[in-house]
Design a protein around this ligand. Structure first.
Ligand SMILES: CC(C)=CCC/C(C)=C/CC/C(C)=C/CC/C(C)=C/COP(=O)(O)O
Length: 294
């Protein structure tokens, strides 16, 4: 008796749409299928995966699974290829763990929630009239004004202590740009579909959204300023509020999902630890400071 060969199980086909990650298209099925699944097939495949999976939360409910299994498969070529029963499946392939299922649910909720919060994503959005104000906030957290301002300050500064702080701020800003570009390039999460790509000066990886560069910069600069500038309490509160509002405005503008901003805040907060660890001073980098002190 010929035992049908088990087909490898691919990850959930709706995953790229759920999480917004770039992924190459699914190659055509060797049996002659179109390669892309039809509506409903994804759910069936997902249920199959879940049956084989390790996470009890991913198992289909007894009420829903028989009807899904009974649903006709529209493509004749697909009908010809028998779906192996769990008992015959030799190598079940990758199955979603509880963590993967939880992550998918979180990311799906993230996309839904972020779309709802994107109330300034366009001029015609619910709060479209506030968009110019939020775009002003966008500029306030952008890399160019921060780099330009820091370089200008460095050029004008006459105190060694001021120069030291500004030099380290410059290092922090460049470090932030590099780290964000690396993570964006590795993760390659697309920006929300409702985002208008009308951002002020971007680099190539800025087509990706994870993490939010504005959130990393806002969190890092906020910690930097609070540590190195002597400010009155109301001003300190303002700096913290600015960082939080810059982050929230990224989601409202439709530039990011909530998780991009949340991770960006955490990453920016930790980046400051790196800056603190590698703090540039006349002792640790004498050559650098000798340039100015001549
Ligand atoms: C200003 C000076 C002196 C030099 C500029 C050098 C330069 C061109 C640096 C690049 C700055 C830049 C384009 C930063 C990107 C900022 C940005 C669009 C981040 C994306 O933020 P996100 O929150 O949407 O991820």
């Amino acid at each position: 008796m010929r035992v049908p060969r088990a087909r490898p199980i691919s990850p959930h086909p709706a995953l790229p749409q759920l999480v917004g990650w770039s992924r190459p298209p699914i190659p055509p099925h060797p049996a002659g299928g179109s390669g892309s699944r039809r509506p409903g097939e994804g759910r069936r495949a997902g249920a199959e995966e879940n049956r084989a999976g390790r996470c009890p939360a991913a198992m289909p409910s007894p009420r829903s699974s028989p009807s899904r299994r009974a649903a006709p498969i529209p493509s004749p070529s697909r009908r010809a290829a028998p779906i192996p029963s769990p008992s015959r499946r030799a190598a079940p392939g990758p199955s979603p763990s509880c963590a993967a299922v939880a992550l998918r649910s979180l990311l799906a909720a993230d996309l839904r929630f972020s779309r709802q919060l994107g109330v300034c994503a366009g001029e015609r959005s619910a709060w479209g009239s506030a968009r110019p104000l939020l775009r002003l906030l966008e500029v306030s957290g952008h890399g160019v004004p921060w780099l330009a301002g820091t370089l200008y300050g460095l050029g004008r500064s006459e105190s060694p202590a001021g120069r030291e702080v500004l030099l380290n701020l410059l290092f922090a800003l460049v470090l932030d740009l590099v780290l964000v570009a690396v993570v964006k390039g590795l993760v390659r999460r697309r920006r929300p579909t409702h985002n208008k790509m009308d951002m002020f000066v971007t680099i190539s990886v800025d087509k990706y959204s994870f993490p939010s560069g504005h959130a990393t910069r806002a969190a890092m600069v906020c910690r930097f300023v609070l540590h190195h500038l002597v400010l009155a309490i109301p001003l300190r509160v303002l700096v913290v509020l600015w960082a939080i509002i810059v982050g929230i405005s990224r989601v409202m503008l439709g530039r990011h999902n909530v998780t991009d901003v949340a991770f960006g805040f955490i990453m920016g907060y930790m980046q400051y630890n790196v800056v603190k660890y590698f703090w540039l001073s006349p002792l640790s980098a004498p050559a650098l400071f000798a340039v100015w002190n001549q």
